[in-house]
Design a protein around this ligand. Structure first.
Ligand code: GRF
Length: 219
């Protein structure tokens, strides 16, 4: 079976990258992580790539100043040179231009720590607590021009428990992210190329089963 050559873009810690690297270690997994690109030279996640023997590149946005197109042009060139078909954004903290989004339309995923369309943007766990929701979670979606938007490929839900802080809730969500992202990438890899909005349904969608009993469940 030919595996889809996949790149992961990161800016920091890279725990989702580590989960994807772990999944792709399995020969039967339909995607191969072939390249990791960080826009931050100090991104801790680069160590995961090195440990896995996967090529890691730093393409710092700062030398490009305000020229976003030039920075993305350098990334597109690196991705093309590595024969990359699919891209996973995993804690990549820069907005992408329409050009970059169009280049990878239907081939680029993002993971977001909320049950979209609720809580796009930052500080999702604190906002979920402030809103008083009883279920929270994470979403993997295809990347479109709008922030934290685009067709949903997979979601996982967790309960919000009494006494939760943004940190405890975030940790519960993150554990699900690490299961969900490999699942969603596998769905895309099996459906790609050409997995566009309508194609999501054809390729299958997924929801991880809630791993925790809901508190105060009615008898
Ligand atoms: C994750 O919570 C992800 O959902 C969000 O950024 C965070 C990245 O964490 N987009 P890590 O770098 O994968 O550990």
């Amino acid at each position: 079976m030919s595996r889809r050559r996949t790149a992961v873009l990161i800016s920091g810690r890279g725990s989702n990258l580590a989960a994807l690297l772990g999944a792709s270690r399995e020969r039967s997994y339909p995607a191969e992580i072939a390249l990791v690109i960080a826009n931050e030279p100090a991104a801790a996640g680069l160590a995961h790539a090195a440990a896995a023997g996967v090529a890691g590149a730093v393409i710092d946005h700062r030398p490009f100043g305000r020229d976003r197109a030039a920075h993305e042009g350098a990334m597109i060139a690196a991705l093309g040179a590595a024969g990359i078909e699919l891209v996973c954004l995993a804690g990549y903290m820069r907005r992408l231009s329409p050009r970059m989004v169009a280049h990878f339309a239907g081939r680029m995923l993002n993971i977001h720590p909320s049950l979209l369309p609720a809580f796009p943007g930052l500080n999702t766990h604190a906002r979920a607590l402030a809103a008083g929701v009883k279920l929270h979670g994470c979403t993997v979606h295809l990347v479109t021009e709008a922030l934290d938007d685009g067709p949903i490929v997979a979601q996982a839900a967790v309960p919000v428990l009494p006494g939760d802080t943004a940190a405890t809730l975030g940790a519960r969500v993150l554990a699900q992210e690490h299961l969900l992202y490999p699942l969603a990438l596998a769905l895309l890899a099996r459906g790609a190329p050409g997995m566009v909005a309508e194609g999501v349904a054809a390729a299958g969608t997924a929801a991880l089963q809630n791993p925790l009993p809901l508190p105060g469940a009615l008898p």
